[in-house]
Design a protein around this ligand. Structure first.
Ligand code: FMN
Length: 246
């Protein structure tokens, strides 16, 4: 099976869509898959040329104003024309993520992709709507850093004292379980999506979110957004000294 994974966030580096496609790839070891970025018009041609040969395409895309980002709409218009000339029979799966916590907000975007399949001749095969995409992505950066710091402390403690304290083990387990718990529903849905792709079958749309109650999510997101706006939307990248634009 030929599988094409498309990262359709306009962000050149990082981003929640890239994070979710990375998780998805982990659930498909050994499958023949190609991952491409569809972040701007420059990526259209090479992506279009691959479509007729694909058995499945999985699109990872952010929700913009309750719909699809404009460059994705433009790509789909071109892909519809392209698929008329060279029939495309691939199954389309999608993972749409949004900033607010409710994954159900991605329903209209998934419906748009389904409608596109009906016009273009592709086979709509279902998708996942993920709420709290930014938070899951940030946790996907912060948690491994914290785990790395704890592992470093454990290594130092082992080489200097010959043993690792129970407190360090406890901290490590807490970090790992916290990350797994916050991502548990997304991991479950991603596993179901990967299983549908592997089994060449359709999936009913699934809606999921970061596993944080809304009353905690809202103040945390508010503080993050204020800090982020101070760094022109690139707070986490400023912290890491990286630029996610071209
Ligand atoms: C122009 C724009 C419009 C957005 N519209 C929405 C929206 O309608 N609802 C929502 O929940 N999040 C919205 N967001 C937030 C993104 O969906 C969210 O940040 C997502 O995780 C970005 O994914 P990415 O990192 O893969 O680009 C919007 C973001 C931008 C930049």
């Amino acid at each position: 099976m030929n599988l094409l994974i498309l990262n359709a966030s306009p962000k050149k580096k990082g981003g929640a869509s890239r994070f979710f496609s990375g998780l998805f790839r982990l659930f498909l070891p050994g499958s023949r898959k190609k991952t491409l970025s569809l972040s701007s018009r420059q990526d259209f041609r090479r992506t279009l040329e691959l479509l007729p040969d694909m058995d499945a395409v999985c699109l990872f895309v952010p929700l913009y104003v309750d719909g699809l980002p404009s460059h994705v709409v433009e790509f789909l218009v071109q892909a519809e024309e392209y698929c008329k000339a060279r029939p495309c029979r691939f199954r389309l799966y999608a993972v749409v993520n949004n900033g607010f916590v409710e994954g159900g907000q991605n329903r209209p975007a998934l419906r748009m992709l389904q409608a596109w399949c009906e016009r273009a001749g592709a086979v709509w095969s279902g998708g996942v709507g993920v709420g709290g995409g930014v938070m899951l992505q940030v946790l996907g950066i912060v948690c491994p850093i914290l785990i790395g710091v704890i592992l470093l402390q454990m290594a130092l403690s082992f080489f200097s004292a010959g043993a690792v304290s129970g407190e360090l083990w406890r901290s490590l387990l807490i970090q790992i379980f916290t990350w797994l718990f916050l991502n548990s529903s997304v991991l479950f849905c991603t596993a179901r999506l990967a299983s549908a792709v592997r089994g060449v079958r359709a999936l009913d749309n699934l809606f999921t979110r970061v596993m944080i109650p809304s009353f905690l999510f809202i103040p945390i997101a508010d503080v993050f957004m204020v800090l982020s706006s101070l760094f022109r939307g690139r707070f986490i990248f400023a912290l890491l000294g990286r630029d996610n634009r071209r």
